[in-house]
Design a protein. Structure first.
Length: 583
C-alpha cells in the first residue's frame, strides 16, 4: 500500500463521514414535527419506547445523535430516565440499518438486476436528481430531499473509494497478521471501542470495517469482537454531552454505557466459550459485507433481548452509581442539546412561551382586580409573574436566535420568527400589569377614590380588557384564527373607550367631582390598559400572519380594518357591548 493509497483512504473516509452527516441532518429536517411526535409521545411504554428509539435512529442514521437527544430531553425534564432507557436500547438496534445499506456494495454477479442493485450503479442517478433538487428548486423541503440523495451518494462513493484504496492490503502479510491478532476477543473489543470513540459513530466504524473486509483479510473471528467493541466506543459522544447536565442526564448516559458494556461482556463470554468448545469453521472464513451487517444486527438484538426486561435494574444501577443529591436537580429549561433537533427545540420554546403567556395575562387580570380588591399576596404574585416573564423573554429569545442560525425548514423558521415577536408583547403585558398594580398601591397609600360614575366606567373598561386578553391568549395557544379575528375590532373599541373616559374625567374635574390626584392615577390606568390592548392586537396579527405566511404586521392590521367586511359589524357589536353608562 503506497502513500497515495493512504491519502485516497483518508479522502474516502472523509467523504464517507461527510455524506453520513449531511444525510442524517437532512433526514432529520425532513422528518419535521413527526420526529418530535415520536420522541415526545411514543415513549411511555417499554416496547413503544424501544420502537421509538429504533425508528428515530433508523431515520437519522446515528445512535449517537439519538442518545445525545435523549440526554437533552432528560436534562430538560421532557423525558424520565426510565423512558430514556427504552429509547437508548432501541437506538442501538436502529443504528444497524446503516450496515445493511452499505452491504449492498458487496453484491456481485453478471445478472443485470444484481448489477442495478449495486450502489455504484444507481448512486450517480441519485446524485443527479439530488443536485437538480438542491440547485434548481426553491422549496426547502425539496432541497432537503436533494441533500439526502446527495449525502447518500457521497457516502457510497466514499465507501467505494475506501474499499478500492485498501484492496492492496490483502497482499501485505503484516495486515493479515494484524487481523489475526484481533481474533483475540479482548484486543478486538479494544480496537473497535477505540476506533468508534475517535470518530464518534458506530455506523461509520462498521462501514470502515466493511471496507476492510472487502479485502478478504478480515475473518468473522476478528470482525465479531470488533463489532462488540464498537458499541462501547459509541457511548463516548453521549458521555461528552453530559458535561454541565443534571444528574438524571448523566444517569441516561451511564445507562447507555452500562447497557453496552454488560451486553458486550455477556455475549463476548458466550462467543469465547463457544469458540473454545466448538471452534466453528465460519469464524475462520473471510467476513463479507452482508455478513458483518448480520453480525452487527444480531449482536445488538441479542443485547436488547438480554437487557430490555432488566431496564428497571439498569435504572437502579444508575441511581446507585450517581445517587440523589440533597438539593433537587435543576431542570434545564432550554437545553442546547435540543438544538440538534430543531422541531423538538421549537416545541420546547412553544411550551415555555405558553407558560409565559399565561403568567403575563394572569398578572394583568390580577392587577386590574387589585384596583378594587387589593391584597399583599396578590401584589407579590403579580411581581413574581412579571419577573418570570422577564426571565422567559431573555432565555427564549436567546435560544430562538441560536435556533434560527441553524439549517432549519420553512415551518420551523416561520414559527421561530413568530415566537420571537410574541415574547416581546407578552413581556410588555406583564410590565403593564405591574404599572397598574402600582396605581392600585398609590390609591391605597393616598386614600384616592374614584367617583361612582368613574367606577362604573372603569368596570366597563376592565371587562373589555379581560376579554381582549382572553381572546389573544386563545388565539396564540390554540392557533385560533376566529379568536384572532375578534381582537382588532375590540382593540379599536378600547381605544375609543380610553378617549371617551378621559374626556368625561375632565368634565368631572371641572365640576369638582374628582380630585387632581385621582385624575393622574386615572390617566395612568387608561394608558396601560390601552397599550395592553395594542399588544393583544400584535399577538392576534402575528397568529394571523403566520397562518397566511405573511410577516408584515402593519399591513395585516390595515387590511383587517379596511378590507374585512366583518370588521365594521364586529366593531359595532363591541361598541354596544362596552358602551359607557350615561354621564
Amino acid at each position: 500500500m503506497t502513500i497515495f493509497d493512504a491519502l485516497t483512504l483518508i479522502g474516502g473516509l472523509c467523504l464517507f463521514l461527510f455524506g453520513m452527516n449531511v444525510m442524517g441532518q437532512a433526514l432529520e429536517r425532513s422528518a419535521g414535527n413527526k420526529l418530535e411526535l415520536m420522541l415526545g409521545r411514543l415513549t411511555t411504554g417499554k416496547m413503544t419506547g424501544f420502537a421509538t428509539g429504533m425508528g428515530v435512529t433508523a431515520v437519522i442514521q446515528s445512535s449517537s445523535a439519538t442518545t445525545v437527544m435523549v440526554v437533552g430531553f432528560v436534562n430538560s425534564g421532557l423525558m424520565t430516565l426510565r423512558q430514556a432507557i427504552n429509547v437508548i436500547m432501541g437506538a442501538n438496534v436502529g443504528t444497524t440499518v446503516t450496515a445493511w445499506i452499505l452491504s449492498l456494495g458487496g453484491i456481485s454477479g453478471d445478472n443485470i438486476v444484481l448489477k442495478l442493485l449495486k450502489p455504484m450503479s444507481f448512486t450517480p442517478v441519485l446524485a443527479l436528481i439530488g443536485i437538480i433538487l438542491y440547485m434548481f428548486t426553491k422549496s426547502n423541503k425539496k432541497k432537503d430531499i436533494g441533500v439526502i440523495l446527495l449525502g447518500f451518494a457521497v457516502l457510497m462513493f466514499g465507501m467505494d473509494i475506501m474499499t478500492d484504496s485498501v484492496s492492496g492490503l490483502k497482499d501485505i502479510p503484516a495486515f493479515t497478521k494484524l487481523f489475526v491478532a484481533f481474533e483475540n476477543p479482548i484486543l478486538g473489543v479494544l480496537a473497535g471501542a477505540l476506533l468508534t470513540a475517535i470518530i464518534q459513530s458506530s455506523s461509520a466504524s462498521v462501514g470502515i470495517l466493511q471496507a476492510l473486509a472487502a479485502t478478504g483479510a478480515v475473518s468473522y473471528g476478528a470482525a465479531i469482537p470488533i463489532i462488540m467493541g464498537q458499541n462501547i466506543g459509541t457511548c463516548v459522544t453521549a458521555i461528552i454531552s453530559t458535561i454541565g447536565a443534571n444528574k438524571n442526564a448523566k444517569r441516561a448516559a451511564l445507562v447507555h454505557l452500562s447497557f453496552n458494556i454488560i451486553g458486550t461482556v455477556v455475549w463476548l463470554a458466550v462467543f469465547s466459550i463457544a469458540n473454545a468448545i466448538f471452534s466453528p469453521a465460519i469464524l475462520g472464513e473471510a467476513a463479507t459485507l452482508p455478513g458483518i451487517a448480520i453480525a452487527h444486527s444480531a449482536f445488538n438484538i441479542l443485547c436488547t433481548v438480554l437487557l430490555l426486561p432488566a431496564s428497571a435494574l439498569l435504572e437502579k444501577l444508575a441511581y446507585a452509581i450517581i445517587p440523589e443529591a440533597k438539593t433537587p436537580d435543576r431542570v434545564e429549561e432550554l437545553d442546547e442539546r435540543l438544538l440538534a433537533t430543531p422541531n423538538v427545540a421549537l416545541e420546547r420554546c412553544h411550551t415555555l412561551t405558553v407558560a409565559m403567556a399565561n403568567d403575563a395575562v394572569s398578572a394583568l387580570c390580577d392587577s386590574i382586580d387589585s384596583l378594587y380588591n387589593y391584597s399583599e399576596e396578590k401584589a407579590e404574585d403579580i411581581r413574581r409573574k412579571e419577573d418570570v416573564t422577564d426571565h422567559y423573554e431573555d432565555i427564549i429569545g436567546t435560544y430562538l436566535v441560536k435556533l434560527s442560525s441553524r439549517q432549519i425548514g420553512d415551518r420551523v423558521s416561520d414559527e421561530a420568527a413568530k415566537h420571537l415577536r410574541l415574547i416581546g408583547d407578552f413581556e410588555r403585558i406583564s410590565d403593564h400589569a405591574v404599572n397598574i398594580l402600582e396605581s392600585a398601591e398609590e390609591m391605597r397609600e393616598k386614600g384616592i377614590h374614584f367617583s361612582e360614575s368613574a367606577d362604573e366606567e372603569m368596570h366597563v373598561l376592565m371587562s373589555s380588557a379581560k376579554e381582549i386578553l382572553e381572546l389573544s391568549l386563545r388565539a396564540f395557544i390554540d392557533s385560533d384564527l376566529s379568536a384572532a379575528h375578534l381582537v382588532e375590532p375590540l382593540e379599536q373599541v378600547i381605544d375609543d373607550l380610553k378617549e371617551q373616559m378621559r374626556a368625561r374625567h375632565i368634565l368631572r374635574l371641572q365640576r369638582g367631582d374628582c380630585s387632581i390626584g385621582a385624575g393622574f392615577v386615572w390617566s395612568d390606568i387608561l394608558t396601560n390598559i390601552e397599550r395592553t390592548a395594542d399588544h393583544c392586537s400584535n399577538i392576534a396579527a402575528c397568529v394571523t400572519d403566520t397562518a397566511a405566511l405573511n410577516l408584515s404586521l402593519h399591513e395585516t392590521v390595515r387590511t383587517v380594518r379596511e378590507g374585512d367586511g366583518d370588521y365594521e359589524t364586529l366593531y359595532g357589536e363591541y361598541t354596544k357591548k362596552y358602551a359607557l353608562p350615561n354621564a
